[in-house]
Design a protein around this ligand. Structure first.
Ligand SMILES: [Zn+2]
Length: 569
């Protein structure tokens, strides 16, 4: 029997209450059972088991799941072993699971690192054999020393050069696949990187965890840049290019320079500016910022000055300030990036621009956009800053540069912060928000999943946390909670089990319950929008922008006239 079938069989033959009661002293409490939690120290029971839903959740420490999760946690077993243990107990025999998925398949971290090391050497050797690739780097002004430092390489154009090389070297095909170095296509298994300059991506200790590849011929199929897929070693959203090389200099200089591309970082390094790193892809992520936060509290952003670059800069500033990092922005002339600028003007020329970099307020106020919207965006960023002194300084600066009274700005800021704080507390207490309610239904009643998926439009979410959980759920096909545990963080998974165990609905009422919750979300969104316009109106009035006041009043009238959503679809 396959593992998925076995899971179903286990659930039909074993009862979670019977099973857990062999280990814990379960007492009835309403429709559930209660016990002292085995996973944290407590004096009053907050560990709940639901016989009806066949899941458990501890409201003290957040641990929860189904019978398989319980065995995994209680006995400290990996997933497959927990299923085996329960199968034996239920009298089911299962096949050895098919080998797939990192830690479950017996492929270790060091297997993957070793394979990446071999691939790096292969790419490096190919670089020396390929004049086209050597010339590409030469044209870019990259010296042999620098190429060596960053272990740059070249992936030849054939279909399976690397694959064959690694197999011959004794690496198992499943390891190569798992490392993301080859992939399956309609036409068979091929190398992930072909006809590309290779930029190895390292972790903070300098081990190669993934690769970036840049096409050097325009007519070769595929995008200009590609990265390794996510693997057990590499998560694109938290890795930064150049970090192992920049780490020391970041500490020494007291700040990091964030640039857009691999070549920006490499050219800077070669010119002696060694505290630069680049996110992989244009947008900086929360995971990357958290990584930086351990190294420094100051960042200089030098992204491209085109629309996409400005957008990325705004997003990055928001993330940086939210995480307690102060950001400054250096805008190069349109068309220039650090790579091209340094090649033209040298490190000295580049450094001479640093004193002209703009702080948060200055940067936003120089953007050629609607003043009120810009002010609002800055206020939102400031509202996320935890340090009260920094918040005060920025408000003062904003007031000086806009001629709006400081007291007025503070008042608007307070409005934003109270809203956020309320939201945070609601989430913390696990209060019954519409999103939490829908999550419970989604988990407990599979028949209604497609209905929820259709109704829950991305813009309807009030909480980013639930939005992320639902995005993952929507893209996964699953029956049992234990099947999806791996794709969630502990905190997310805890929200899932907690909402599932608290969700108590008469089965006849489920459809109506979904409609009501969705209608509530529509209304929350509308109220939020109305509040925002009202605040914009105050700002526009204070700034004496009559035209803007007019537009906003009309928009507000329209929204209020529409009334609230009544939950009929
Ligand atoms: Zn607990």
């Amino acid at each position: 029997m396959e593992i998925r079938q076995a899971l179903e069989e286990i659930k039909s033959r074993l009862d979670i209450v019977d099973f857990i009661s062999e280990h814990l002293d379960l007492r009835r409490s309403g429709s559930n059972f209660k016990a002292l939690c085995p996973f944290h120290n407590e004096k009053t029971p907050s560990f709940m088991v639901s016989p009806e839903k066949q899941i458990f959740h501890c409201f003290g420490c957040g641990t929860g799941g189904d019978i398989v999760t319980f065995v995994m946690k209680y006995e400290g077993l990996p997933f497959v072993d927990a299923v085996k243990r329960l199968s034996a107990r239920a009298g089911i025999s299962i096949d050895e699971p098919r080998r797939q998925g990192g830690h479950r398949s017996g492929i270790s971290r060091s297997d993957l690192l070793e394979t990446n090391k071999k691939a790096t050497l292969f790419f490096r050797k190919k670089l020396f054999e390929t004049p086209l690739a050597i010339n590409y780097l030469k044209d870019r002004g990259i010296t042999e020393d620098t190429s060596q430092t960053f272990s740059l390489g070249f992936a030849p154009p054939g279909r399976t050069n690397l694959l064959e090389h690694l197999l011959k070297d004794g690496v198992k095909e499943e390891v190569i696949l798992r490392a993301g170095l080859c992939k399956d296509t309609e036409n068979g298994r091929i190398d992930t990187f072909r006809n590309r300059i290779i930029f190895p991506i390292t972790n903070i200790s300098g081990e190669v965890i993934a690769f970036g590849g840049r096409a050097i011929k325009k007519d070769f199929p595929g995008p200009k840049y590609i990265n390794s897929p996510d693997t057990p070693l590499f998560h694109k959203s938290s890795a930064l290019f150049g970090l192992s090389h920049a780490r020391k200099e970041i500490a020494k200089k007291g700040y990091v320079i964030l640039m857009e591309g691999y070549l920006d970082v490499i050219t800077s390094y070669q010119a002696g500016i060694k505290n630069a790193v680049a996110p992989l892809g244009t947008a900086l992520t929360d995971g990357q910022v958290r990584r930086l936060k351990n190294l420094t509290r100051n960042a200089l952003l030098v992204f491209d000055s085109d629309d996409a670059g400005i957008k990325a800069t705004r997003r990055a500033l928001k993330l940086l300030y939210k995480n307690g990092i102060t950001g400054k922005v250096l805008l190069l002339a349109p068309g220039d990036d650090p790579d091209s600028f340094i090649r033209k003007h040298g490190a000295k020329g580049f450094r001479s621009l640093f004193p002209h970099s703009k702080g948060l307020v200055e940067f936003f106020l120089t953007l050629n956009e609607d003043r009120v919207d810009i002010l609002r965006e800055v206020l939102y960023i400031i509202s996320d800053i935890k340090d009260a002194i920094l918040r005060g300084e920025l408000i003062r600066e904003l007031s000086e540069k806009t001629d709006l009274p400081e007291a007025f700005l503070r008042e608007e800021l307070r409005g934003i912060r109270t809203g956020d704080e309320k939201e945070r507390i609601t989430l913390l207490k696990g209060e019954d928000t519409p999103e939490r309610h829908l999550l419970g239904i989604f988990i407990n009643y599979p028949d209604y999943r497609s209905k929820i998926k259709e109704a829950l439009l991305p813009e309807l979410f009030y909480s980013q946390k639930y939005k992320q959980i639902f995005e993952k759920l929507f893209s996964t096909d699953f029956k049992e909670i234990s099947e999806i545990k791996d794709i969630f963080t502990d905190e997310e998974f805890s929200s899932i089990t907690s909402s599932a165990i608290s969700c108590d609905i008469d089965s006849e009422e489920i459809g109506k319950n979904i409609d009501d919750s969705v209608a509530k979300l529509y209304n929350m969104r509308k109220k939020r929008r109305i509040k925002e316009i009202e605040s914009n109106l105050r700002i526009a009035e204070k700034s004496g922008d009559d035209k803007k006041v007019d537009t906003l009043k009309k928009e507000l009238d329209k929204l209020i006239k529409e009334g609230l959503h009544d939950g009929v679809f």
